[in-house]
Design a protein around this ligand. Structure first.
Ligand code: DNO
Ligand code: MN
Length: 403
């Protein structure tokens, strides 16, 4: 039995249609009700409507990504308890509609973060990139975040200054917009002032506080998920290190283990995103897939190429092809397939292991000017990724299990 091939679809407004998804060879869809404001209950009628559209195309709604977690829950402020109660209700409603896997993340203020959405590669396709020098330029000299100055080594700040001095107005606008306007799937979008205000609301929340708030959230929702038959899958921090003075608590294997222990039920699981965890050289991805496999409920497969900066945990990186870059995709795929076999042998109810090609490059016809594409969520780049991963999977399966 192979892993389930899925594809993220943003709903009717997505320039990639459900027929495109089907033609790419995916059988499952990963989708969310982005039109429902963060914090509100997802009504059964709305869930059913989305499910029916997906099924009309011969596909299944495999995973919800994401039911977003309200900022008040992350801070345990304001109406946080109401938002947790609403979250529980959404989980129960999803289960009632036959949807059993729910992804979410716990990154403060910003969801995933990049500095450049069209970074040119040598083959003239483009990739998403996180450039630490540009990020530092934004944080220290554009946003002027208090304390940021002390965080970076002088050499990096000098590079950032040089970059800024040679940057055009367009470069600067592009950088600022990319960082604060929100990437596909994120719930927030800011102006520069609103962004500074949002960061300031975390001034009393450090690593320990954010962990406690995540674990409290998990202790509350996990029993409800378990009773309803929902598998929770937390997406790791992207990038997997603290940024902008904000804590990040889902970046390493130790973080994952700690959160799994905080609510020790099979319902409390992981989204194994190789592109996010893989940016840290100290994350052993193959080992993580082996050791944490039985709690991996959802998988994002993609690779990154990192450029280490001496003396810093942070690094610049860009999104590589799915089978190149720093991620040992062969080893990861092999470990996941072994986990799948184990589940099969044990007759486990959570047999299904959906994966999606997380992002893809902008290439071929998707490069045409004026063609609408969601950054990272292009049709052709992901089609290539899925095709490569599918071939890799089949090769490993046949050689390991059916020789
Ligand atoms: C990053 C991507 C993101 C991710 C959301 C998680 O690795 O997978 O689009 O899905 O940030 O909710
Ligand atoms: Mn991901």
């Amino acid at each position: 039995m192979a892993l389930e091939q899925t594809w993220r679809w943003f709903g009717e407004a997505d320039p990639v249609s459900l027929w495109d998804v089907r033609q790419a060879g995916a059988t499952g869809v990963v989708s969310a009700l982005h039109h429902i404001p963060n914090g509100q209950v997802w009504p059964v009628s709305e869930i059913q409507q989305r499910k029916a559209i997906i099924e009309q195309h011969g596909l299944t709604w495999s995973v919800v990504e994401s039911v977003p977690v309200h900022e008040d829950i992350k801070k345990q402020q304001g109406n946080w308890q109401t938002y947790i109660d609403n979250y529980k209700e959404s989980l129960v409603n999803l289960a009632q509609c036959g949807i059993d896997t729910v992804c979410y993340n716990f990154m403060p203020v910003l969801d995933w973060t990049r500095t450049n959405l069209d970074y040119p590669l040598p083959d003239a396709s483009t990739a998403l990139r996180f450039d630490l020098t540009e990020f530092c330029a934004f944080e220290v000299y554009v946003l002027k975040r208090p304390g940021a100055d002390l965080h970076y080594p002088d050499s990096l700040k000098q590079d950032a200054r040089r970059w800024l001095d040679s940057a055009s107005e367009t470069d600067l606008k592009r950088l600022t917009r990319t960082l604060i306007a929100g990437l596909p799937g994120s719930e927030e979008s800011f102006t520069l002032d609103a962004f500074a205000d949002a960061l300031a609301t975390y001034k009393d929340i450090g690593d320990q506080e954010l962990r406690n708030n995540l674990y409290e959230f998990l202790r509350q929702i996990t029993p409800v998920a378990q009773d309803a038959g929902i598998r929770l899958a937390i997406h790791p921090d992207d990038p997997p290190f603290p940024i902008l003075g904000l804590p990040r608590v889902v970046s390493t294997e130790a973080d994952a283990r700690q959160l799994l222990r905080a609510a020790n039920s099979p319902a409390n699981g992981l989204c194994f995103c190789t592109g996010s965890y893989g940016v840290r050289a100290d994350n052993d991805l193959v080992g993580m897939a082996e050791r944490l496999g039985d709690r991996i409920h959802f998988i994002h497969l993609r690779s990154t190429q990192r450029e280490h900066t001496e003396g810093l945990l942070e690094s610049s990186f860009h999104e590589a092809d799915h089978l190149t870059g720093d991620v040992d995709m062969y080893g990861v795929m092999r470990a996941l397939l072994q986990e799948q076999k184990r589940r099969q042998a044990e007759g486990r109810p959570d047999l299904r292991m959906p994966f999606r090609p997380d992002h893809g490059h902008r290439m071929l016809d998707d490069l045409a000017s004026g063609k609408p594409t969601n950054p990272g969520y292009t049709a052709i780049g992901r089609l290539r990724g899925l095709a490569e991963l599918r071939g890799l999977e089949m090769g490993i399966e046949r050689s390991l299990f059916q020789s």
